[in-house]
Write a protein that binds this ligand. Sequence first.
Ligand SMILES: O=C(O)c1cc(C(=O)O)c2c(n1)C(=O)C(=O)c1cc(C(=O)O)[nH]c1-2
Length: 599
Amino acid sequence: AADQEAAIANANNWADPRGGYMNQAHSALAQVNKGNVKNLKAAWTFATGVNRGHEGSPVVVGNMMYVHTAFPNNVYALDLNDNQKIVWSYFPKQDPSVQAVLCCDNVSRGLGYGDGKIYLQQNDGNLVALDAKTGAKVWSVLVNDPKVGATNTNAPQVRKDKVLTGCSGAEFGVRCFLAAYNIKDGSLAWKAYSTGPDAEVLIGADFNKENPQYNALSVYQDVNGGNKQGGSFTALPNDQIKIGEKELGTRTWLKPQAVKDGWQHGGGSVWGWWPYDARTNLVYYGTGNPSVWNPDVRPGDNKWSMTVFARDLDTGVAKWGMQMTPHDEWDYDGINEVILFDKGGKTYAWHHDRNGFAYTWNAANGTLIAAEKVHPFVNWATGVDLKTGVPKKLASASTHQDYNAKGVCPAALGTKDQQPAAYSPKTGLIYTPLNHVCMTYEPVESKYVAGQPWVGATLTMFAGPDGVMGGFGAYDPMTNKKVWYNKEKFSAWGGALTTASNLVFYGTLDRWFKAVDAQSGKELWKFQVGSGVIGNAFTYGLKGKQYVGTLSGIGGWAGVAMNLGMTNPTDALGAAGGYAELTKYNAAPGGGALTVFSL
Ligand SMILES: O=C(O)c1cc(C(=O)O)c2c(n1)C(=O)C(=O)c1cc(C(=O)O)[nH]c1-2
């Protein structure tokens, strides 16, 4: 949308949930710098009145700020020129039962903006377009049906004339997708499933033309007695893998599950952040885990779960796609954000996967140029074959039904989860909030019932070998080698922001909002907010003054158990035990609030 593109081009705005089409979360504003950041003071705060996890960030266009909340996903339009007076508000009426089918807290990751409208993806599946001036509903469509366990937590992202939205529900056996709606009237432009026939995954004849090896039938063979205790699947030698295959979204689900064919309840959720390159018209995103978490009932690669796709924005047809974790055994979702950046006249797509590897592709054709462990504690694979993208799995971390695999690193929530990284074109580095968590993982038998949880694994979580639960690091995306790394007591579960003055901002679960030096990682400033931060740092300018802000409000997978007072270590899929100490830093439930700072 022209108004959105103009708004994004003006650094005083924060008109896209991740700052712009490339998802870099970089701002050209530089008034707050390394010298004066120590003087940053709270300028104003806004309590959202909702006591659950607050992810994402507001969007800012001119003098207006649009703030969202966790379920029931209220929206407030604040006039920044008039002491943040509420110009309009929107209170969706959602069936409270929706909360029971949100896997990992009642979160919403924010709002989209474009064509004079604010887009809200409600948890109950309704995508609504609100008049940005009045808050009046312009159109509304139902994207997902919570009755079968399908929900939404993603921020809608407007790319050109489409609003993109997704699907959550891989813990309920939902077959998920990415969908594009026309911003004018909410009509469906296309929908691309993560599993199923090529015609429904929108895979055309030229898919992976430059890398036909990504179109391989199952890459693992059952050498060690695969589906039994202590057994493992080992990757076939490259020359024995059949490449250039078709219909892999059905054929890599080798054994039908209890219900229909596995792919029909195959998961592959889509709830991340999706960049777009206007020069090639390609949009990028990752898909989540295959359902169910018990790998024994779905032998095969389970494509196209755990995959990063590049699709044409107009048609949805996939140009390329590479699966990061074939035959997932650990819930290592591939949904984490993709970030685009330019270097030496080329454009690259970067992605830090839950599986503990960071990947960099040639964005135009999907050729993999780097894949490295984010931290040495990653112990389920030794590395990634750069030609095929196939990880070299280790039998020691393999998981099987009724066998409790111990000491698997990272834990299911990955070395990074929903918390998006940021890129700085100034330093050429990626800044990543990190989890440093390991787990035990025991797959169990689980029956599919529509609308009921269908997880099929029991987990516990604990701190990794550095003795902490998290960190924050800078990485060179051309090699994915670490430049610097700071430990954090807990996972850094909020998104990062970079500024042109070489500052990086992020928040922590123990209530700190911090600024660090982009070059050295040195902590330059911090402020303690009211509740743990799982929101994304953002910045805007008004009347010549730069503001930096964050939502706070503990929650998400890391915080949901303490919010609900769960104490059994395996509750919340292991997060209750792993993050038990959060109760020393947070009230439960943690209240949602926005805090905005200036010099
Ligand atoms: O498979 C899914 O459908 C699905 C959905 C969501 C979600 O929508 O929030 C999460 C996850 N999976 C998930 O695996 C996960 O680690 C996670 C963390 C969070 C969060 O907000 O902290 N959501 C989700």
